[in-house]
Write a protein that binds this ligand. Structure first.
Ligand code: F3S
Length: 403
């Protein structure tokens, strides 16, 4: 691939060891994927932050990059870590794990990365604009950035996202190119899709249908009249989880849809499809639930306000995690929502989530409104799941086995 003089100098080591390593990673990726050149990026989001996923080898790589003079050249934020950075004891995190997780965060800090650990960076100031080239890693955020914002990113791995941060570049292939953003299949939705729970189930249905197609087709979705930010982030999480989708267009909702035509190849999704998807994520009875979690993807302030409203004057009877970004938690503090929620006995699990925290073996059945959280609860932690609408999940934490 073609490198300009500055990129060539990075590769030659003129900007230090870490930058050379970063450019080597990007140039290799560019060659593998047939990129013609590098695209300048303005925003990076790095995944693989939990020590549970990174392990000692991952931490060693980060430490070497920090010691090699690595410094983020563009706005860079992190995906959730394995614990609440400030309040990990309350979540029952092992002190050794906490120490290692802090070492990970410190390595990123040394490189000038902003350590808001969140999968919804667009809610905390890392918000690119339409058509901007970025390098994000978290699958739900990648899908949100490409689809809802109309920015351009491939799904980066942890090392390639860090490399993009340290060089301000990414190889120009995949979703950075117009030709790869054109829809290949129309999805006609004939079902009630209003709450984020429904959007999660819809993402599962579409994702699984795309998987059976066997090709990575960009879906063009018809039939959704309204979609809230919360609904869209839920859809992005589940369509990425169940179908590996990093981009969709939604008629009347997402910015590129108006420039595209719905393809002739049509798949129809019915209410029965959605109901079956929701049923498939329930493999336990409500009275077996011993862990409740909301915030996959991380909660917006609107969702936290709703939880506070529902928990006002009540006590929870199960471990209940409210997962969100620290800046959103600060707004909840200001608004008095945190006080109401914590007085109920529910816990903020800020900076982390029920998937990346090391909680395997601690619980048996998770109740959540997130189709993505159900997938990983089962595949990563061996939990059974109860999948319900948002308000009913809160009820589950308050009333054992009932609504
Ligand atoms: Fe975010 Fe964790 Fe879900 S990273 S999308 S809350 S699995």
């Amino acid at each position: 691939m073609q490198l300009n003089s500055e990129e060539r100098a990075m590769l030659d080591g003129d900007y230090g060891r870490a930058t050379r390593k970063a450019m080597q990673i990007l140039a290799t990726l560019g060659d593998i994927y047939g990129a013609g050149r590098m695209a300048p990026v303005t925003s990076v989001q790095i995944a693989g932050v939990s020590y549970d996923n990174l392990g000692e080898a991952g931490l060693q790589f980060l430490t070497e990059m920090a010691e090699g003079g690595g410094r983020a050249l563009v706005l860079t934020t992190l995906n959730p870590a394995g614990m609440d950075i400030e309040n990990w004891q309350a979540l029952g995190i092992d002190p050794d794990f906490a120490e290692n997780q802090q070492r990970v965060i410190q390595a990123f800090e040394r490189m000038g990365v902003i350590t808001t650990c969140s999968c919804t960076p667009y809610l905390s100031g890392n918000l690119p604009h339409f058509r901007e080239h970025i390098a994000w890693a978290e699958s739900s955020a990648v899908c949100y950035a490409n689809s809802v914002i109309g920015a351009r990113t491939n799904r980066e791995g942890g090392p390639s996202a860090l490399a993009a941060a340290l060089t301000g570049r990414t190889p120009e292939y995949g979703y950075h190119l117009d030709k790869n953003r054109v829809p290949g299949i129309t999805i006609e939705v004939n079902a009630d899709v209003s709450e984020s729970f429904h959007f999660g189930a819809l993402g599962k249905v579409i994702g699984e249908k795309l998987e059976t197609e066997g090709r990575k087709l960009v879906p063009y979705i018809l039939g959704i009249e309204n979609a809230s930010l919360e609904g869209l982030k839920s859809l992005c999480a589940s369509i990425a989880t169940y179908g590996g989708a990093a981009l969709f267009h939604m008629d009347g909702i997402t910015p590129e849809a108006a420039q595209m035509f719905p393809p002739d190849k049509i798949l129809t999704i019915s209410q029965a499809d959605l109901d079956a998807a929701a049923r498939s994520l329930n493999d336990a009875a409500a009275d077996e639930v011993d862990f409740v979690s909301l915030g996959c993807p991380h909660l917006s302030i609107v969702e936290i306000a709703r939880i506070a409203e529902l928990l006002q004057g009540k006590k929870v009877t199960k471990e209940f995690w409210i997962t969100t970004a620290r800046p959103t938690k600060h707004i909840a503090d200001m608004m008095g929502y945190t006080k109401i929620i914590e007085e109920s006995g529910a816990k903020f699990a800020t900076d982390t989530c029920c998937v990346v925290a090391p909680i395997k073996g601690r619980f048996k059945v998770l109740a959540t409104d997130s189709a993505k959280a159900c997938y990983y609860a089962y595949s990563k932690n061996d939990f059974k799941t109860v999948f319900k609408p948002f308000d009913q999940v809160v009820s589950e934490a308050v009333n054992p086995g009932g609504e």
